[in-house]
Design a protein around this ligand. Structure first.
Ligand SMILES: [Mg+2]
Length: 228
């Protein structure tokens, strides 16, 4: 389905399932952090930041913090110390060239077009802002962080809470009605719409299905999306 919008002044986009594949996170990033966790902690034992993160894990759950972290990865827990240590492990992986950030070509091209037209683009992802910048900093198209005017993670609030979208609108200085929000997640799309944002749901081939009777527009890729 082709969708076009008038009077969009800013774009707010999700990453996983929208600009980038879900499998990149599930099949590349998560296994990488799992595989390198023990080595990383051993190598950085003396690092105060790593020590603080491990202490935080211990304060949240009894037991060997490494085992706890490994289980949290499997359970896809959105817990700050886990996100922090994963961010550090991924940073090493990106810098060593062992990981490349995935972005769909259609996403890259369209975001670039909008950026060149002067439409500010913001990111809102449950991955930490640090992880977002690392991903977009190491793509097959190079460092594409210049495309983005700002980044939000769950520090601003849950992606399923309408209040988060109100806060983001306020922070970036646009009315909700002027912002186009993109996500593959039904609840996120509904929450953004609830505060008045324009919304589109992504149903990427092989990742998500089109939903029947869904009250908002759905697209397969950025090619189906036009800002007039
Ligand atoms: Mg998503």
């Amino acid at each position: 389905m082709k969708v076009s919008f008038n009077s969009v002044k800013a774009v707010l986009t999700d990453i996983e399932g929208t600009t980038s594949s879900i499998s990149f996170v599930k099949d590349v990033l998560f296994p990488y952090s799992k595989k390198h966790l023990k080595d990383f902690v051993q190598k950085h034992e003396g690092d105060p930041q790593v020590r603080r993160i491990l202490k935080e894990v211990e304060s949240l759950e009894a037991g060997d913090p490494l085992e706890v972290l490994l289980r949290w990865i499997d359970e896809d827990k959105k817990i700050t110390p886990l996100k922090e240590i994963q961010g550090l492990i991924w940073e090493e992986g990106y810098k060593k060239g062992e990981i490349k950030g995935h972005i769909y070509e259609d996403a890259y091209r369209k975001l670039k077009e909008w950026h060149e037209r002067g439409i500010p683009i913001y990111v809102y992802s449950s991955g930490s802002v640090k992880a977002q910048k690392l991903l977009f900093g190491h793509t097959p198209y190079g460092d594409i962080n210049y495309l983005f005017s700002g980044y939000f993670d769950t520090k601003i609030g849950s992606k399923k809470d309408p209040e988060s979208y109100r806060r983001i609108a306020k922070e970036i200085g646009f009315k909700p009605e002027e912002i186009l929000f993109l996500s593959d997640n039904v609840d996120e799309v509904k929450s953004a719409s609830e505060v008045g944002m324009k919304v589109v749901r992504f149903a990427r081939e092989g990742e998500n299905e089109y939903l029947e009777n869904f009250p908002f527009p759905q697209v397969r890729s950025f090619e189906d999306l036009e800002i007039l």
